[in-house]
Design a protein around this ligand. Structure first.
Ligand code: PLP
Length: 402
């Protein structure tokens, strides 16, 4: 019999969409994948060159469990430049992707019975990790059209056992980018109630149309001693499979992570560590600029196509690389008793009828949403979104005829 903790975990999360795409494609159908949480682009040459050089140099051994000191130093310098706040090597932990950083944070600060506030819609791993640590997720819903959380709703969720709040801006799946006032208010709450803040900023380089990403430690410098700032190279350098992330945190958390990682994964992959170090040393920012330019264009194209939707508002999509649709109005006008009643049904219908993979909001704890990625190759994105618009606009007609 399996341990109870396994049954606490939410299903495979966004991985379920990956499996559905693979299953549909295995039948020989050409599926346009707008479900993936990654940008489909070749990574920077400097990363690959760094990896090849490390392999050729015979780099095969364990590293310090929280990463190579020169890499931690380079990350500290990058983060200092990005935030305007000084970080040094001792503040940084190198992890196997943001996911491990988030798990370290949960295991380091949560005890059984603690509560953790999570803003919903949310990436499903947040709550699963909180549960794994024996604590309880407490959700606060952020509502359309902005999906910026209401600070009074967060305040109302704070209880005697609240130990931490997890925020994620720019947000997966909604694309919301939290404004300074919201971050400051969350910071004040955390200070007043002695909460840890876990700030997942792994989409920090993806902000568009004049939006600006600000880390909570920039908006509210007083929270630095209670913040675990998690980030990764996975999305930023289009290397999700390389598994390289990091976090910056107070020394007690760094020290806890050193112990935790030494007993779990030992260290993040040494070749990936050298590859990123090389990129941070020689990269000229061209890859990052070109990727941003491509995504910016893709977002504009996407929003233009989606403006053709009849019962669905065009999303804000200020950050991350997701177009998050609120389908509540569309669902409300579909005939009662018809086969399509939920966003899960609609996502399945889009896959079956239009050959387009998306992710239903249910995955993120939101019954009304549908996530479409504009990280897909531009030609496929355009074709896929046109099919989505046509299919959704004809949904009512089709259901009535059926
Ligand atoms: N945090 C958020 C909000 C994500 O959306 C994802 C991946 O989709 C991750 C963390 C995981 O990042 P990594 O692949 O670096 O572990």
């Amino acid at each position: 019999m399996l341990a109870q903790r396994i049954s606490l975990l939410s299903g495979p999360g966004t991985a379920a969409a990956r499996e559905a795409v693979a299953a549909a494609a295995a039948t020989g159908r050409h599926i346009i994948d707008l479900a993936a949480g990654e940008v489909i682009i070749e990574p920077p040459l400097s990363v690959c060159e760094g990896a090849i050089a490390a392999i050729k140099a015979g780099t095969n051994r364990y590293t310090d469990s929280i990463g190579l000191p020169p890499l931690r130093k380079a990350i500290a310098e990058k983060l200092s430049a990005e935030t305007g706040i000084a970080w040094d090597t001792e503040d940084i932990v190198v992890t196997a992707g943001a996911k491990q950083g988030l798990l370290d944070a949960a295991l380091a600060v949560l005890n059984p019975g603690d509560e953790v506030i999570i803003i919903r819609p949310c990436w499903p791993t947040f709550s699963s990790q909180v549960l794994l640590a024996g604590a309880k997720p407490v959700f606060v819903d952020a509502r359309p059209p902005t999906y910026i959380p209401d600070i009074e709703a967060i305040r109302a969720a704070v209880a005697p056992h609240t130990q931490a709040i997890i925020i994620n801006s720019p947000n997966n799946p909604t694309g919301a980018v939290y404004d300074r006032a919201t971050l400051q208010a969350i910071g004040d709450l955390a200070v007043n109630h002695h909460l840890w803040i876990v700030s997942d900023e792994c989409y920090s380089s993806f902000v568009f149309a004049g939006a600006r990403h600000e880390s909570i430690v920039m908006a509210h410098p007083g929270v630095r001693s209670r913040t675990i700032l998690v980030n990764a190279f996975s999305k930023e350098l289009a290397i999700t499979g390389w598994r390289l992330g990091y976090f910056a945190a107070p020394r007690e958390i760094v020290s806890a992570a050193k112990t935790l990682q030494s007993h779990t994964t030992s260290n993040a992959n040494v070749i990936a560590q050298h590859a990123i170090l090389h990129h941070l040393q020689v990269g000229d920012g061209r890859f990052e600029r070109e990727m941003h330019q491509r995504l910016s264009q893709a977002r504009n194209t996407g929003l233009l196509i989606l403006s053709g939707l009849q019962h669905v508002a065009t999303p804000g999509a200020e950050g991350s690389f997701f177009l998050y649709l609120d389908l509540s109005r569309l669902i409300s006008i579909l005939p009662a008793g018809g086969p399509l009643r939920s966003t899960d049904d609609i996502a399945r219908f889009l896959l079956a009828e239009a050959g387009v993979a998306s992710i239903a909001g249910n995955t993120f704890g939101d019954l009304n949403g549908l996530r479409l990625s504009f990280g897909a190759p531009p030609d496929l994105l355009e074709l896929g979104l046109k099919r989505v618009v046509e299919t959704l606009n004809n949904l009512k007609k089709k259901q009535t005829a059926a």
